[in-house]
Design a protein around this ligand. Structure first.
Ligand code: GLN
Length: 454
């Protein structure tokens, strides 16, 4: 009731939830009380969660914040949310996001932008909460849920976490099942939590992760109890610092924050080593070929026949065209056009194939560092703090918006786990995050190291 009340009071201003399922929350909480009374409490018993609108939730609003899925209420539950309910968690509702998870500011939502609960000191200006999981980050930061699910294809968990002073982890590709999560770029998409602290993130991921026959890329590895890793010392861990993440025009305070993080880990007994990830500079351009290519294929299913919106036409072809023209927003259309172009017969070798080769090189860079004994890599999470809603520079130039992902996309391209942890405030009093990147399926080292930073 406290959380439902908090949502009623604050959601008008924050637009973090696009659907509130208060009746369902009350029914689930009641069942929780009964299980507790029977002494059968689960790991997350009675914990109220917000769910990103990308996850299928049975009988509940699931539209990926797109007009094309208007009215869609799935007949099935995503594996990740089913895992959470099986552990006793309670669903408060569905959270705002960029349409089909394409964006870095939540401004590409059919439901309008979510608002960051943080403001610059002395300013009334509304800031973006980051994206695409902006609703998840805003809701957690404002106390409108205990924790939230999110997804990360190129940074959509870590960047909004950094912008809102919350913790976000993208686990290793294959750790969480993608079944029942609307696909954006299938080889990059992963689910993960956004939470208030590292311990909550560890508890949430232990529940969310599983082995699942319904997703063939889900890896058959037992899920550790991640919270057990917390409190272990980082003494003797080797932390790599890649000079390639020192990009042009990065504000000095981000550099200072990075040095602060290095000092904290050094003080805690970690060994700091310089490493090289020479192909980092190609990651962003390669990502913006691979991700749209996969998106153009995945989004072909929204044709006015199977789900949601249908705009009639004189024949079926015109119906497809009308539905997609009206149902998709500008950024989604831009991705479909780029993706179709780079996959077309004449350009496949020049763009898509080349981007895939770059992807292999990026992966090898990380392998070289880890093979040399590096346990985790420390970088800034974002090149700036949260920016104003409607920022004209980013509005007029989509590439400026894409630059938000410069530190996060490498991790998806290589399939590695990455965590963003709040590490300080900038000169305006806005939160900044540091990112830790780990070996495949070594989320434990990330939790343990992030716990020292937070
Ligand atoms: N901002 C990136 C994009 O627009 C990443 C999005 C994501 O991780 N879902 O593609």
């Amino acid at each position: 009731e406290a959380y439902i009340g908090a949502i009623e009071a604050a959601n008008g201003a924050l637009n973090a939830y696009v659907a509130v399922s208060a009746d369902k929350a009350r029914a689930m909480a009641k069942q929780s009380d009964e299980r507790i009374a029977r002494g059968e409490a689960g790991r997350l018993e009675g914990i109220p969660l917000g769910i990103k609108d990308l996850f299928a939730t049975e009988g509940i609003h699931t539209q990926a914040c797109s007009h094309i899925l208007v009215g869609f209420e799935p007949r099935y539950e995503s594996t990740v949310t089913a895992n959470l309910w099986a552990d006793g968690a309670v669903m408060l509702g569905k959270l705002n996001m960029d349409e089909f998870a394409m964006g870095s500011s939540n401004e590409n939502s059919y439901y309008g932008p979510a608002v960051n609960p943080w403001r610059a000191e002395g300013s009334q200006e509304n800031l973006v909460p980051g994206g695409s999981s902006g609703g998840s980050a805003a809701a957690v930061a404002a106390g409108l849920c205990v924790a939230a699910t999110a997804t990360d294809t190129g940074g959509s968990i870590r960047q909004p976490a950094a912008f809102t002073g919350t913790v976000g982890i993208k686990p290793t590709y294959g750790r969480c099942s993608r079944w029942g999560i609307a696909a954006f770029a299938s080889s990059l998409d992963q689910a993960g939590p956004i939470t208030r602290d590292v311990r909550d993130a560890a508890l949430m991921l232990t529940s969310m992760a599983s082995v699942d026959d319904k997703d063939t890329t889900c890896v058959d590895k037992p899920v550790p109890d991640y919270a057990a890793a917390l409190g272990q010392s980082v003494k003797g861990l080797k932390i790599g610092i890649p000079k390639e993440y020192r990009v042009d025009a990065m504000p000095e305070e981000i550099e200072t924050l990075w040095h602060q993080g290095i000092a904290w880990l050094k003080d805690a007994g970690a060994e700091i080593v310089d490493i090289e990830l020479p192909n980092t500079r190609y990651a962003l351009p390669a990502y913006y070929i691979v991700a749209p290519a996969e998106a153009s294929s995945n989004l072909a299913r929204y044709d006015g026949v199977r789900y949601g919106l249908r705009v009639p036409g004189k024949d079926i072809l015109e119906m497809y065209e009308n539905t997609r023209a009206e149902g998709f927003g500008d950024e989604v259309k831009r991705r479909i056009m780029i993706g179709t172009y780079v996959l077309s017969a004449g350009y496949y070798d020049a763009y898509y194939l080349r981007a895939q080769k770059v992807r292999t090189l990026i992966k090898r860079d990380f392998e070289t560092a880890f093979n040399a004994g590096v346990d985790a890599i420390l970088t800034p999470a974002t090149p700036s703090s949260a920016f104003p809603i409607g920022d004209s520079a980013m509005k007029s130039d989509p590439v400026k918006m894409y630059l938000n992902d410069i530190f996060t996309v490498t991790v998806n391209m290589a399939g590695l786990p990455g965590i963003s942890v709040p590490a300080g405030l900038d000169h305006q009093g806005l939160p900044l995050g540091l990112q830790l990147i780990g070996r495949p399926f070594d989320e434990e080292t990330l939790f343990r190291t992030a716990h020292v930073i937070e």
